[in-house]
Ligand binder design. Structure first.
Ligand code: PHB
Length: 400
């Protein structure tokens, strides 16, 4: 080949190579901008006994993203939902995979206390913020400085149940709780506050968490002839409890049901039957909360999912809000210390009412409402009739 032609050919090849490299760089950029820049690993019980919690929280997180977009402070958000079946060993393994392999910027969800406790050390090691959207034992937030909570604590509602019950003329109570950490918190908080208010606890009963049969415990409660039975069961078990309470005739014997609102959870309440009418509980959320914001939330949630949101859904919705607002404050920065710092003291209007994150404890502060089960438009609802404002976790407040 003559010298002229070989040099032209060489130049063409060189240019072709340059164009190919430029195209590859452009493609890589295009891919980069379509890829998530902030990842949220949502670890929830999507199967097993606590599956209603997973269903509620994942639906609420998706609704939040639909309503607020999937880009915050210029960063594209990706939600990765993983099922731990509420088994703490699974939670730990999944959290580790999400942090190490997927490089998530937040781990969130946690349907039960043992799941949140299993993941807490990983948050500390990795400095990845952990947002508790469901679990309710007081100690959880003390297990890592990278934990913030948008759910609730059992102590917040149980102490107020005690005061209300004493004022309402209830003098003798049998307590019955699920035999694990939040049950112990509920029982202790209620018993201490009820004794201070002049009431008497006749017996403290504990029912197994897995597949509970309430009948023998209800019989013991009935034999003690209390004015009321104080009950805590985790979300998803209230239907079985109320059925067995009615079957054993405790309603007819005039023994009232009182407790935190988990037992008359909005997910199951519509199918609980009339034995539940008149049940008074204390909780931070009711689907019947009469604010314009909650009405819009319930309508959008029911429209998207064809079922009613419960207190777990609102914990998930508010958890997403906390993440979005923290990212806005850090201008999209994902440093764990900066994000947790941004969450401390944050205040907002939630479907539950006004709420904030305690700047000292990173725990939730919200109103507790006293509610009674009534029929509204032919359907069972927890109708709020009294409000205790800005309630902090009493267990942490007592330690000060
Ligand atoms: C918990 O395990 O902390 C828990 C789960 C469900 C509830 C309340 C507490 O309804």
């Amino acid at each position: 080949m003559p010298a002229c032609c070989s040099s032209i050919q060489g130049e063409i090849m060189q240019r072709t190579r340059t164009v190919a490299i430029l195209a590859a760089v452009a493609a890589a950029f295009a891919l980069g901008s379509a890829q998530a820049q902030v990842k949220i690993g949502l670890i929830l019980p999507m199967t097993g006994q606590q599956a209603s919690t997973g269903k509620q929280i994942s639906a609420a997180a998706r609704l939040y993203m639909q309503q607020h977009g999937d880009t915050v402070a210029g960063k594209k958000i990706e939600l990765i939902v993983k099922d731990d079946g509420a088994v703490p060993d699974n939670t730990k393994r999944i959290a580790q995979e999400l942090i190490v392999n997927d490089k998530v910027n937040f781990i969130a969800g946690f349907g039960v206390t043992p799941a949140a406790l299993a993941a807490a050390p990983l948050a500390t090691q990795s400095k990845v913020p952990l947002i508790v959207m469901a679990a309710g034992t007081s100690i959880i937030t003390e297990r890592s400085p990278y934990i913030a909570r948008t759910s609730f604590t059992l102590a917040q509602s149980s102490t107020i149940v005690a005061d209300w019950a004493a004022k309402d003329g209830i003098k003798k109570v049998v307590t019955l709780v699920s035999d694990y950490a939040p049950g112990a918190d509920a029982q202790k908080s209620f018993t201490e506050a009820f004794a201070k208010a002049g009431g008497q606890v006749l017996a403290e009963l504990k029912v197994p968490l897995a597949a509970p049969d309430f009948a023998p415990f209800l019989q013991r409660a009935r034999d003690a002839s209390p004015d009321a039975i104080f009950i805590f069961v985790p979300s998803g078990q209230g239907g079985t409890f109320m059925k067995q309470y009615a079957e054993r005739g405790l309603d007819k014997a005039g023994i009232r049901v009182i407790g935190p609102g988990d037992v008359t959870d909005d997910d199951l309440l519509p199918n609980m039957g009339d034995a539940v009418l008149g049940t008074v509980t204390v909780h931070h959320y009711s689907a019947a909360h009469p604010s314009p914001m909650n009405k819009a939330f319930v309508a959008a949630f029911e429209n998207a999912n064809k079922f009613r949101p419960n207190f777990m859904a609102v914990g998930g919705y508010d958890g997403m809000h906390l993440i979005y607002e923290a990212l806005k404050k850090t201008s999209g920065g994902t440093d764990g210390d900066a994000l947790i710092g941004a969450m401390k003291g944050m205040k907002w209007e939630s479907p539950r009412g006004p709420m904030s994150i305690d700047p000292e404890t990173r725990d939730v502060i919200h109103n507790e409402y006293v509610r009674k089960v009534e029929k509204v438009g032919g359907q069972l609802y927890n109708v709020e009739f009294a409000t205790f404002e800005a309630v902090k976790d009493p267990v942490k407040a007592q330690k000060k």
